[in-house]
Ligand binder design. Structure first.
Ligand code: PLP
Length: 379
């Protein structure tokens, strides 16, 4: 199998696994326990916290470990809602469902929520925000890079705009970390989400980075771990792995820029020769992601055919690949529904090879021919 679905999840890097093994195979101790085992676990967690903080230029005290990017996003949204009951939530139309769904759920409970449109290149449309003067937006969540198109937002411009209006700003940097520079302090956001399994770390661990000036109520309450902001015994081995994966993000960025970007270029050129439409083509995008479609070729059918031939791709967001609805991201970008039904995503990883790309292009070409013939017969 050739794996081209790295925006969905990545395999654990061998160096990451190596650091995790002692915490999986020996007595780990509960970090809350007052004995040698407990202290060792606590120290290891704090070392991992430093590595995570360093990778995004934040202070270790700003890092809260959670179990997933989804949990981090739910934590900030629900935590803000509890602390500030008058919050007016705003989010872009292309956010991951783990941002849009918790906000929609709050709006059903009476909170005001605004969905901000994007233009046809997937970029946030600040000019078209309806910001009610009587109830102005007070919390804004904008992703750094989109998981489907790879489009990178002009976050500094957006944050400058939002800060002038005194909004609390959160960014979902899950797809950005390890692919482009992510700097919590420089961006001046109040909160940020990152997730381990997108950066060659284990699944089941993530972080919410939060500016301590934000008075966020905890979402999960209990034993008071993570300074009371996320209770539950820590997933020690996963946290250790996440720390190591964060330590590797700089190296990954070099690989992506040096080795993976040229593969992306080859793919774009060849896909276009075959007649593909590339979504967000005129925007600055992640160097590993290509989201495309062929006219009159159903995405799921092509995806299944390619899967049978040994290629793992996605038809959109990993979490929604089980439903047949066209991508909400493409709908927000104004893409014709029939074209959107054909959408396929390639997301390359640090180990993707030129030969993988070449083999894939040959297989794609023959599958396209076959499907076109079938379509012609059906018509
Ligand atoms: N945010 C973005 C942009 C994502 O792409 C994803 C996962 O695909 C998530 C959040 C959710 O992260 P997790 O899988 O860690 O829950």
């Amino acid at each position: 199998m050739i794996y081209f679905d790295h925006n969905a999840t990545t395999a654990i890097h061998p160096e990451v696994l190596q650091e995790m093994i002692p915490f999986l195979s020996e007595q780990q101790g509960n970090p809350a326990s007052n004995h040698k085992f407990g202290r060792r676990a606590q120290t290891a967690i704090e070392e991992a916290r430093e590595k995570v903080a360093f990778s995004v230029n934040a202070h270790p005290s700003q890092v809260i470990f959670t179990a997933s990017g989804t949990e981090s996003n739910n934590t900030i949204i629900n935590g803000i809602a509890q602390s500030y009951p008058e919050t007016h939530f705003a989010y872009s139309a292309i956010e991951h469902p783990c941002i849009s769904e918790p906000i929609k759920s709050l709006s059903r409970r009476g909170f005001v929520a605004t969905k901000i449109p994007v233009n046809n290149q997937g970029l946030l449309d600040l000019e078209n925000i309806k910001n009610d003067a009587k109830n102005p937006i007070s919390f804004l969540s904008i992703m750094m890079a989109n998981n489907e198109t790879g489009v990178i937002q002009d976050l500094s411009k957006i944050i400058k705009w939002a800060k002038k209006k005194e909004m609390i700003v959160h960014t979902d940097a899950v797809q950005a970390l390890g692919k482009i520079p992510v700097d919590f302090e420089m961006l001046e956001v109040d909160a940020m989400t990152i997730s381990s399994h997108k950066i060659y770390g284990p699944q089941g661990v993530a972080a919410l980075i939060i500016n301590k000036k934000i008075d966020m109520s905890p979402f999960i309450i209990g034993g008071g771990q993570e300074k009371g902001l996320r209770s539950g015994t820590e997933n020690i081995a996963a946290i250790i792995g996440f720390g190591k994966a964060c330590e590797r993000t700089k190296e990954n960025m070099v690989i992506i820029k040096r080795d993976i970007k040229p593969l992306q270029t080859i793919l774009i050129v060849e896909l276009k020769k075959m007649g593909a439409i590339i979504f967000g083509e005129n925007s600055v995008r992640l160097n590993n992601t290509i989201f495309f479609a062929f006219n009159r070729i159903d995405g799921t059918t092509l995806l299944t055919a390619l899967d049978r031939k040994g290629f793992a791709l996605a038809s959109g967001s990993a979490c929604s690949s089980n439903n047949n609805e066209p991508s909400h991201v493409l709908m927000a970008m104004g893409v014709n529904q029939e074209i959107a039904q054909g959408a396929i995503r390639i997301s390359l990883g640090i180990n993707s090879k030129k030969t993988d790309v070449e083999t894939f292009l040959v297989a794609l070409k023959s599958e396209l021919e076959r499907l076109k013939q079938l379509t012609a017969i059906a018509a």
